[in-house]
Design a protein around this ligand. Structure first.
Ligand code: TYC
Length: 106
């Protein structure tokens, strides 16, 4: 009968939440994957068109993917990341290249 809150004053102990709830929405990394068939210049064009990179930046990131297998090409909200992945996959498919683009929670 004597529970932990039963200290005789008739009210239950309450844990007070003091932290303000200001959780930012999660961010997502958009990743570009290497393959053996997509032309380098197509990948550079993708990075310029959909990720706003200049030619030098795009070429550098393309080379990183080519050498390392994968690279982060941007970090976005879930909705924007999903849109970018869709745009890249659609553009690659329309040009019949096997280029793969994915996203993952940061
Ligand atoms: N490996 C490709 C080639 O040698 C080039 C390439 C780079 C493909 C980056 C995909 O995400 C990629 N033609």
């Amino acid at each position: 009968m004597s529970g932990k809150d039963d200290d005789g004053d008739g009210d239950a102990a309450v844990v007070v939440d003091t932290k303000p709830k200001t959780k930012r929405p999660p961010l997502y990394k958009v990743l570009l994957l290497n393959d053996d068939y997509t032309p380098m210049e197509f990948v550079v064009a993708v990075l310029e068109r959909f990720f706003g990179m200049n030619h030098a930046q795009a070429f550098e990131i393309m080379l990183t993917v080519h050498k390392k297998g994968v690279a982060v090409v941007g970090v976005f909200s879930h909705e924007i990341a999903e849109t970018k992945v869709g745009q890249v996959m659609d553009f690659a498919r329309r040009h019949q290249h096997p280029l793969q683009c994915t996203m993952e929670k940061e």
